[in-house]
Design a protein around this ligand. Structure first.
Ligand code: NAD
Ligand code: IPM
Ligand code: MN
Length: 351
């Protein structure tokens, strides 16, 4: 089993190091290959996603990804910016389905930004499309007839792109509580009207799944009002990005939310995928050793589950994280005092 490890920028290396300690403690043999991504890769190789990193990614069964993003690089032309590393990996590797689970761990209801009785009901999965939308359409800046500078980014989805993510959403709902909510902005956007039409067509093959539709503005509100109503939420790239950060605070912290990005490629053990926390490089706390590595450790669990067929080890890691939280091992993001390596220690002890 081969895992490519791309730690990246800011807190990326700090949180990835703790996940690797957990991996090392498991009774499974894996070989690791490291690669540069993001601002660090730009500084070393002149590119945020060097060719050798992409080769390493393709040769692996799975990728463990930290985070990219470096304010020093924000003046660069867009194709040289750190974020292009993650966008490039997602699109080059065909990783179109981004699974972002959000669940309140037992005893953690009081750490949500919501009232505990509302937070306690959260157990949802955001299925975010990852290869299309306004992220990957034509973009640029131009001058209007009035001589004004204008920026533009084209939003589009074709029916094939919508169908495959709708299928991912229905399949996920089938394995959970059988409810799928498709989130769009069909009252305004043509892209969303097509999205809704195709989701409805796809439903014909999933009559056992209860399908509903919600506009994204209402979904943002409902996520705070009564998040327990959601089982699986399927949505586009941009809406899914925003709603998942919001969901993280309903759970308690962005330092707790993991993700799996999957496509169609199978490996000898499961489905090839990239696994990363939903958070970024957190430049405000980078280098201080205080980031919460739990989101990355939980991403490792997703990696073991989906790409390596090691469900039992995945469940062990999740139980160890839950036990650490239940015992009050909290990072600064959750109002506690445990630092990054102490959280790693606590998870390892309970493993
Ligand atoms: P961010 O997620 O990096 O940070 C937002 C806030 O959450 C910050 O206050 C940060 O300190 C806190 N935070 C994030 N992760 C944490 C953790 N594990 N423990 C404790 N606190 C944590 O978002 P941002 O500040 O908007 O972006 C910073 C950089 O990261 C930007 O360059 C952005 O483009 C990039 N980014 C990258 C990814 C990715 O690599 N997939 C995701 C999001 C943002
Ligand atoms: C995420 C991030 C990325 C995204 C950025 C860094 C390109 O916010 O993984 O959620 O928008 O997808
Ligand atoms: Mn994001």
């Amino acid at each position: 089993m081969k895992i490519a490890v791309f730690a990246g920028d800011g807190i990326g290396p700090e949180v990835t190091a703790q996940a690797l300690r957990v991996l090392d403690a498991l009774p499974i043999k894996v070989s690791l290959i490291e690669g540069d991504v993001g601002g660090v890769a730009y500084k070393r190789h002149g590119l945020p996603l060097p060719a050798e990193t992409l080769v390493a990614a393709r040769e692996a069964d799975a990728i463990l990804f930290g985070a990219v993003g470096d304010f020093d690089c924000d003046h660069l032309e867009r194709h040289l910016r750190p974020e292009q590393a993650i966008l490039g990996l997602r699109s080059e590797l065909g990783l179109f389905a981004n699974l972002r689970p959000a669940k309140v761990f037992p005893g953690m209801e009081g750490h949500s930004a919501l009232k505990p009785e509302i937070a306690g009901a959260i157990d949802l999965l955001i299925v975010r499309e990852l290869n299309g939308d306004v992220y990957f359409g034509e973009k640029g800046t131009r001058t209007t007839a009035q001589g004004l500078r204008e920026g533009y980014d084209i939003m589009s989805y074709d029916e094939g792109e919508v169908r495959r993510i709708a299928i991912a959403g229905f399949e996920a709902a089938r394995k959970r509580r059988g409810k799928l909510c498709s989130v769009d902005k069909a009252n305004v956007l043509e892209t969303s009207q097509l999205w809704r039409d195709v989701v409805i067509e796809t439903h014909a093959d999933y009559a056992d799944v209860e399908l509903s539709h919600m506009y994204v503005d209402n979904a943002a509100m409902q996520l705070v009002k009564s998040p327990g109503q959601f089982d699986v939420v399927v949505t586009g790239n941009l809406f899914g990005d925003i709603l998942s950060d919001q969901a993280s605070m309903c759970v308690g912290s962005i330092g707790l939310l993991a993700s799996a990005s999957l496509g169609e490629r199978k490996t000898a053990y499961g489905t090839f995928g990239l696994y990363e926390p939903i958070h970024g490089s957190a430049p405000d706390i980078a280098g201080k050793g205080i980031a919460n590595p739990m989101a990355t450790i939980l991403s490792l669990a997703e990696l073991l589950r989906h790409s390596l067929g090691e469900e039992q080890q995945a469940a062990r890691i999740e139980a160890a994280v839950a036990a650490a939280l239940a015992d009050g091992v909290l990072g600064g993001d959750l109002g506690g005092t445990a630092n990054c390596s102490e959280i790693g220690d606590a998870v390892l002890t309970r493993l």
